[in-house]
Design a protein around this ligand. Sequence first.
Ligand code: HEM
Ligand code: SF4
Ligand code: SF4
Length: 352
Amino acid sequence: MSLDTIQEARRQVEICNACRYCEGYCAVFPAITRQKAFADADITQLANLCHNCRGCYYACQYTEPHEFALNLPAVLAEVRADSWQDHAWPRGFAGLFQKSGAAIAVALALAVAAILYLAQALRPEEGLGFYAVLSHGAMVAIFAPAFLFPLAAIALSLRGYWRAVGGAPLRAAHLIAALGDAAKLRNLSGGQGQGCNFEQEDRFSDARRRLHQAVLYGFLLCFAATSAGTVMHYALGWEAPYGLFTPPKLLGVPGGMLLAAGALGLAWLKTRADRALGAARLWGGEMAFVLMLALVALTGLALYAATGTVLVPALTALHLGFVLGFFLMTPYSKMVHGFYRLAALARDAQGK
Ligand code: HEM
Ligand code: SF4
Ligand code: SF4
């Protein structure tokens, strides 16, 4: 954690605690007013609670050229990213994939190459659809560890975060409160539900919250589609490829569409927003992460659309490569924000 950054955030938070004008905007200000002094861990928790809606920046009478030079959304974004890097396990990767879009692109290309190589080396003798490219057994052997290892790494990171911010044993009520806030993205709604100031500057817009919900629920639908396919394969002996009116497709096709549309929309908003009100040095890594989500969804949809054509082997390698790269980078890319934000919301619920 950069001491200068945390010191600067503390300076700004102390000014806000004296001013308190933005009290109703989000969960950050009530959390500030519950304290008089702010240890480094308190600042880290506030940073993970901030949703970067930017409302406080446009309301503030102390932004530049005032000598106080307040820019709370930006300094909290810097602290937030530093905290993910500090708690990441192993630590070095987080710095790389958070800030570098090129590193994400190289990792995705390597993942596609790895799938192509494995498809050659483990060529199945029989199989339908994408199982003709990579057998079910080979897919499980590749994706089970690629899914479980990142989850274990994230669990270790979150344990470190939780201890650092003084979290008490988690009760169901705190988790339910956090999930409710995350499901509605309450802190991106501008306090009175008027929307945030992300891309429209001092005008309000609900676009970011709605597009994020498309991404979040699209992602959950895709996850549910894969889980349904797993249950059908193992419990019912019903093997892929599945038709349109089966659970994997009924969940996966709308899920993929929502995820792709939401991610492309968020990427577009990102080009319109002022970089100086976020962690500007991480813009490339964040943009690559959003586009990676869109590519995961679009290649999945394309693979389905290409069923029965000569494009299936190439699209299978592309889609599985993107999914593999996405999973493996989850603990070290912007994707980790969902886990930390949930933890911060649960910790906040404990303090109320
Ligand atoms: C667990 C609940 C989650 C919460 C509370 C949450 C919260 C947020 C917030 C507050 C932002 C805007 C501020 C920022 O850029 O950091 C954001 C951005 C974003 N989130 Fe989430 N998120 C969650 C889960 C997810 C999931 C599961 C996905 C995708 C699978 C996702 C994808 C995105 C994307 C693409 C952005 C835009 C990033 C950017 O503009 O740089 N989020 N999220
Ligand atoms: S952001 Fe500015 S207006 Fe809002 S509480 Fe802080 S100092 Fe006051
Ligand atoms: S940017 Fe939005 S969420 Fe963050 S502290 Fe300011 S008002 Fe709260």
